[in-house]
Design a protein around this ligand. Structure first.
Ligand code: F6R
Length: 357
């Protein structure tokens, strides 16, 4: 039920701090350590390479998941679009583990890959919001995202929940591999939940930004580097699917290799600068588009924010910034769609779960 909310999407955006706190509880044991199925721990320990398979928003969570697993656990990881992997499988390593990410657990493209993986006798883990779903039943192991039912077609809380579970999984397998850890995901996720609260309480500001930047625009660009780039892809997908504004997420450094030709007087460019090691580079890229007339909206993080930044998010662990920085993008997409008179919860041409290949 929507309760007092005008749309499921807004309700689900608001639920995200609660979902993260719920995940912390579900994945914590009595000693405040990570609680995880021993079989999953072992499957992660045995893998020499991880293949993450997903579609849409879940694919974008998988891009962040790759960063977590490689940087935290040190296991080489690749993330693939399910429909591409299905007909163009790369060479596999000797001991692969497949991780399927799917809110619904019913996406046909992902299931197609799982069927092939099983034919090859290879191990599989599904991260899903629906434990009884097809992908969950047919894979060897399941991790539940505990986000509660997601009704709006545009995925929001499932995405942040998937990334939270991936961070926990990455740290757990790092510990199992004897990697020294100074990153406690359960503690850091609690800080994330508080930071999310700040944005869900700042709706007026974000509504105003949506009005100022997107009421009349034909297109919008999102630029970022490293983790921020992955979030830009998700922010642009949210905006295009519900507001029908043509939106693209770009790696900041790649702009000048072609896309910058599209920047005109007034083109909105949303920049993400939450990664300290590349924030100056993305600021440089923003200057390049502003010099060509772009209307800039910079989102940065406390600690290295600058005066002109439109949105400054509270400081969270550098690995977990995507869980927070996506919230203003979800809200901007929501208000842009609302002001353009679009059907937020049921955008045209889209279905909640895509059960055909
Ligand atoms: C975007 C969206 C879709 C889904 C995609 C995968 O907001 O909802 O891109 O993320 O269809 O669905 P699941 O995660 O159910 O496999």
């Amino acid at each position: 039920e929507k309760g007092t909310y005008p749309h499921f999407m807004l309700k689900e955006i608001d639920e995200q701090p609660f979902v993260i706190r719920n995940i912390i509880t579900k994945y914590k044991d009595d000693n405040e350590s990570i609680k995880l199925d021993e079989n999953i721990r072992q499957a992660m320990a045995e893998a020499d390479r991880i293949y993450i398979i997903a579609a849409g928003t879940s694919y974008h969570a998988g891009l962040v998941g790759k960063e977590f697993i490689e940087k935290i656990s040190g296991i080489p990881t690749e993330t693939h679009i399910a429909s591409e992997f299905l007909y163009n499988m790369p060479l596999l390593s000797k001991k692969p583990l497949f991780i399927f990410i799917s809110q619904s657990g019913e996406t046909a493209d992902s299931r197609g890959v799982l069927v092939n993986v099983k034919k090859l006798g290879l191990p599989s883990l599904t991260i899903t919001n629906v434990p009884g779903s097809t992908l969950s039943r047919e894979s060897d192991f399941t991790l539940h995202t505990f986000a509660g039912p997601e009704i709006a077609v545009a995925s929001t809380k499932a995405y942040t929940a998937q990334m939270a579970v991936l961070a926990i999984l990455a740290v757990d397998s790092a510990i199992a591999r004897g990697v020294k850890m100074d990153f406690d995901p359960l503690q850091e996720l609690a800080i994330v939940a508080n930071a999310m609260d700040i944005f869900t309480n700042q709706k007026d500001t974000l509504e105003q930004i949506a009005r100022d930047y997107l009421s009349l625009s034909r297109n919008c660009f999102f630029i970022g580097r490293s983790m921020d780039f992955h979030v830009c892809m998700e922010g642009s997908l949210k905006l295009k699917e519900i507001s029908y504004i043509q939106a693209e997420g770009f790696a900041g450094g790649e702009l000048k290799h072609g896309t910058i030709a599209l920047i005109e007087e007034g083109t909105p460019v949303i920049g993400l600068a939450t990664q300290e090691n590349v924030h100056l580079n993305i600021r440089g890229n923003m200057k390049e588009v502003v010099a060509r007339g772009a209307n800039p909206c910079m989102i940065s993080m406390e600690g290295f924010a600058e005066e002109d930044d439109k949105i400054v998010m509270p400081k969270v662990h550098k690995y977990l910034t995507p869980l927070v920085s996506v919230i203003p993008l979800q809200l901007i997409a929501y208000y842009a769609a609302l002001h353009r008179g679009c059907d937020v919860d049921k955008p045209r041409n889209l279905a909640k779960s895509v059960t055909v290949e």
